[in-house]
Ligand binder design. Structure first.
Ligand SMILES: Nc1ncnc2c1ncn2[C@@H]1O[C@H](COP(=O)(O)OP(=O)(O)O)[C@@H](O)[C@H]1O
Ligand SMILES: [Mg+2]
Length: 268
């Protein structure tokens, strides 16, 4: 059975269609990328998958998450799925963090709620969750979000998202807001955790090079529709849709420019 099965998904804001007739599936443990320019409907699609669309937007079609229908279900019915089944990491880590609560308590909360950890087991769980995202420093647990760097905050958001041991992680441009020098570390971390835990990954980005590194298969979105789908290698080597060709050509041009620029040498 698919972990995530989206069929004929459309999302409207009033009469305006933001996403039209989108279909794809993601098997357990599979890594699927969604690529497309800003405004192409990537975030709307990923929010719909967890039933997190704002009230102004309405979805039709079907989204089955681990066999459970999401479209049209009340929030109360979906909440138990968020955590053990699927979790999302956003572009801006602050959206996931409570500014007034120490980081350790924010990680402890889902460990207690979903895994029943308390007392010394809970303290060990928080330490292990921070170590998993390469933040082993005791001080991080006592810090408030504003005391951390952007990269550290995103690592904490990942630790919170993974606390309930979800089988699917949705990562919506998880490194886009980060300084380029810390992007690579966060991507490596996600790669390692997804592999270690055999999680499914829906990885969303506007950057083909980043997506190609993280996933096995890609869907390409433009103006709210899926225009192409296939294995990463096939998309990169023989893009069929004109828009995909533009994406591949501009990624190649950037690569060539970096190769030609001696200042960029050695950083890649
Ligand atoms: N809450 C909303 N109300 C109205 N339109 C929205 C809302 N959220 C997103 N949109 C529109 O939906 C389209 C797709 O947005 P989005 O999924 O965020 O794009 P992407 O993530 O690919 O950059 C855009 O035209 C955006 O302006
Ligand atoms: Mg987006």
């Amino acid at each position: 059975m698919s972990l995530l099965e989206v069929s004929g998904l459309s999302v409207h804001a009033g009469a305006r269609a933001l996403v039209r007739d989108v279909s794809f599936t993601l098997a357990p443990g599979e890594r699927l990328g969604v690529i497309g320019e800003s405004g192409s409907g990537k975030s709307v699609t990923s929010l719909a998958a967890l039933g997190l669309l704002p009230d102004a937007l309405s979805a039709s079609g079907s989204i089955r998450l681990d066999g459970h229908e999401i479209v049209g279900r009340p929030d109360a019915a979906l909440r138990p799925l968020r955590g053990p089944v699927a979790q999302i990491v956003f572009q801006e880590p602050l959206t996931a963090l409570d500014p007034l609560m120490r980081v350790g308590r924010q990680i402890a909360e889902p460990l207690t709620r979903h895994r029943g950890l308390r007392g010394s087991a809970l303290r060990a769980g928080v330490a292990a969750a921070l170590a998993d995202v390469a933040l082993p420093d005791e001080r991080i647990a006592r810090a408030f979000p504003y005391e951390l760097s952007g990269g550290q905050r995103q690592r904490v958001a990942i630790a919170i998202a993974l606390a309930a041991r979800p089988r699917l992680l949705i990562a919506d441009e998880p490194t886009t807001a980060l300084d380029v020098t810390v992007q690579d570390g966060v991507l490596s971390l996600l790669e390692r955790l997804v592999a270690e835990r055999d999680m499914g990954l829906l990885f969303i980005s506007h950057d083909l090079a980043v997506v190609a590194r993280m996933v096995e298969r890609i869907i390409v979105m433009q103006d709210g529709v899926v225009v192409e789908e296939g294995p990463v290698m096939q998309i990169v080597r023989e893009p069929r849709h004109p828009y995909t060709r533009t994406l591949v050509d501009s990624a190649r041009a950037l690569d060539a420019a970096l190769d030609a620029d001696p200042r960029a040498g050695g950083t890649r």
